[in-house]
Design a protein around this ligand. Sequence first.
Ligand code: ADP
Ligand code: ZN
Ligand code: ZN
Length: 836
Amino acid sequence: MGKTVKVAVLLPIDNTFDYLVPEDEEIIENIIGKRVIVPFGTRYVTGVVMEVCENSLVDELKPIVEILDENPIFDSYTIKLITWISKYYLCSIGEVFRAAMPPNFNLNTIKEIQILRQPSPEEHIQMHKKAPKRKKLLELLINTNGKISFKTIEKELDLRNISPQLEALEQKGYIKIKETIETQIETKILALSINPKFLEDEQQMIQYFDKFEKKYPKRVQLISYLINEKNNGREFVPQTEIIHKFKIASTTIQSMREEGIIIQTKINKKIKSNPENNLASNETHHLLNKEQERVYLDIMRVIENGGYSAHLIFGVTGSGKTLVYAKLIDEVLNRNKNVLYLLPEISLTPQLVDRIQSFFHQKVAVLHSQLSDNERNQIYRKIQRGEYRICMGVRSAVFAPMPNLGLIIVDEEHDPSYKQENPAPRYNARDTALMRASILGIPVVMGTGTPSLESWYNAKNGLYHFHTILNRADGALLPKIKIIDMKIARKEKKVRQYFSEELLESIIEKIKKKEGVILFHNRRGYSPQLFCPDCGNVPMCPNCDASLTYHKHSSKLICHYCGFVADAPKICNVCGSDELKQLGFGTERLEEDLESILKEYGIEAIIKRFDRDTTSRKNAYRNLMHRFIEGDIDVLVGTQMLSKGINIERVSLVGIVDADIHLFFPDFRANERTFQLFLQTAGRAGRKSNIPGEVIIQTSNPNNSVIRHIHNYSLEKFYEEELILRKQFKYPPIARFSKVQFNAEDFDTAMQVAEEFHKLLPKDKPGFIFSKPVIPGIPRIRNLYRIQIFIKSSKKVDRTGKILQNIIKNTYKEFVQTELSKKVKLVIDVDSYSNL
Ligand code: ADP
Ligand code: ZN
Ligand code: ZN
């Protein structure tokens, strides 16, 4: 008889199952944390071995079919962490494993499979014994020279997913998997050509040459160059090329245009999306300034003592937190320990990645969200083998199998993208990082310019070591914030579309100085609604209770909740009226209108949109950012993406075009979120002392408390006031806020079931408040009605969350006995980020 192992199958089933393994010392030795294939009901599924036990209570045990991994992908610490998540966030352990493991190879992007070698006779025997499915797969591939459909393979092997086996074969060097990738993107750029009028008048030309030959030889060279290029059939030369080639200022170009010598236009250009564009300026030589040094030393002093410790660095935007992290990382590396560095949505912050990479070079692994599954998979493998010293990544990287960790950094700890909403596990990576550090007994350093209320509270209460940096590095000042009262501006007729004259003037001034402008507007698309004035019709999403957003660029109506897409109508589909109006404005419209307004002022600016629509393609973010840094883009108009981690010296103006759309959300976190978003976005301006920054916020509510606190940089006050509100209404950080959601295809069922569940919840549990079933602002999304029950639980009464877990578990147990329970899908969200 062999031994028994407990296996967590990767299904949303809340249990582990026992299986047999052959009693082979070598196998038993390190089987924990490996993936295995096991029979489950009538099929085969993947699972992870959790523990080895002497005997099982189950009689007829089935054996494990195959062990997928050569080495465990989870160590015992990580298994502990995963178990905690499953308990705390009330989800199955299989779901957590699934989130934590390297992604499967994505079969769709595989272009070709190349056979590299045949197995040796010995390998053949080994595989036959230990990995029959893998062996069969390799045989199939070899026999067909890699030209066999995955469908056929899956049938032959009786497996639903052959990715892990393919991956194992590549690991062992039998095959090479090749992928398809795309490279080119089309974009508009500024270009220069010689003015034909100038060429016509030979007399004038000669005069000009005489006049400038000595004084500004570059001008003459430029003219000759443009004429020459024109004769060679290249009429328009990209402005960046000219600036680089002749090292002339853009003001020179401006005056040559005004003199009628050259013309500036925009041309379409196919540019190669270039992953090589480095977005970091060299800062490795910087020494810590006084404030940074103090924080660094304070943290090091605690780290020296060994063991778990949590630190919050509260440093204003531009205070040089990155440099402090870099120093800490350096110190930890010197002690032969490795570092995990979490940051929010990495595809949005390649600049930060570049900066860290410029300090530590090839030691850095980067797990960003634009990697293909296969690329990500391979990086996971290398991380596991210890080929990197630092791993940077988004939310899920908190599980990265980095060996020998000595420090975890959570940058921008306040960022909502750390919380996973769907699917389960609905974990918060910051809190998970704290747990991982505590399990490992290592320090964790969180940093932000705008702490979450939770971290602020914890730091103030001594749960975290609190470190502050009050000033910007390099002697720069925080940007001056101006609030424009749009009610007054409108009354005085000092508004063009949605731009106050002051904002416009400032934009123009910066463009003329070749400084960078960021306009923040957190709405994608052209207009959030179409509206028929004749019949009142507003096109709605067929799947959601939400209006469709008009995207002019693609001429589509898109639902921002479910992704539904339809062609934009020319006439009202209800009454046929052709007077359809566009209500409100998004980034597309902002870009278009600003361009035409600036034209009236005689300014040809390059304005680019920076939002999900324009940055979704691989490296698009990097390209846009690179061009903005180079001065090839004057104005970036974008959504909250612009608020994250951008450090660009030439940005001297940040405009928040419509603050009001953020102010009145019925969400407990609305104030906090707005405060963070505005201050972070504002923090992009004036980051170096040589170019002072300015922020203009347009609002009709200048007396709103969030706006006032931002205006005065009264951060402490904001947090204190907000904390009073949270206390009063029993929200985080004072209480734990969780959500139970009931999804059903019709409203009545969802409501009925929610009411049934509500009845089963305990009555009068001290420290707990259960809301009645609530209909959310958007009741239906993706054709599912959602009814919610909110649970507020006192952290004093239930410090670790155990009582909450038991309440939900027990209620759930009773609930699944009822007939009604089968009609809904139940979603449990512990520490829910918002109540919307
Ligand atoms: P934060 O992350 O706190 O917003 P950054 O780390 O992006 O700030 O630093 C802002 C800018 O200040 C960067 O350009 C950085 O190179 C520069 N900087 C930071 N520390 C120093 C220093 N000690 N000396 C000179 N420049 C510094
Ligand atoms: Zn109509
Ligand atoms: Zn929809």
